[in-house]
Design a protein around this ligand. Sequence first.
Ligand SMILES: [Zn+2]
Length: 133
Amino acid sequence: MGVTISRSILDGMKKASAVAWPREACGLLFGESGAINAFREVRNVAERPETHFELDPAALFAALRAQREGGPRVIGYWHSHPSGSAAPSITDATMAAPDGKLWVILGGDEVRCWRAGIAGLHDRFAPVQLMAI
Ligand SMILES: [Zn+2]
């Protein structure tokens, strides 16, 4: 099953990725099953942000708390690969819990979407079709 995303969200993530280059940009995805309705950029607190990302835990906890209180649902994460590949790295596979969350990755001009599970690339990421609307 594919996932819809608006062009304005795609453009917003691309812009944030360009600004962050040569470091990885990262953030949260909000929406519902089958639809990414919003994104938020979150500070990358990784020690080596050129090759890794780590969401600012305070921002992540705040978003999850807001969700519990009826706010937008966190359905996944997005980050950029300054190297240019939109495929998850081994490091991404190590970091990802097999929890069904979406992983949107920007690399070069490509934006690809994956679902974290127990099969697929690196036995962790199944490709998901991203449908721009
Ligand atoms: Zn990555």
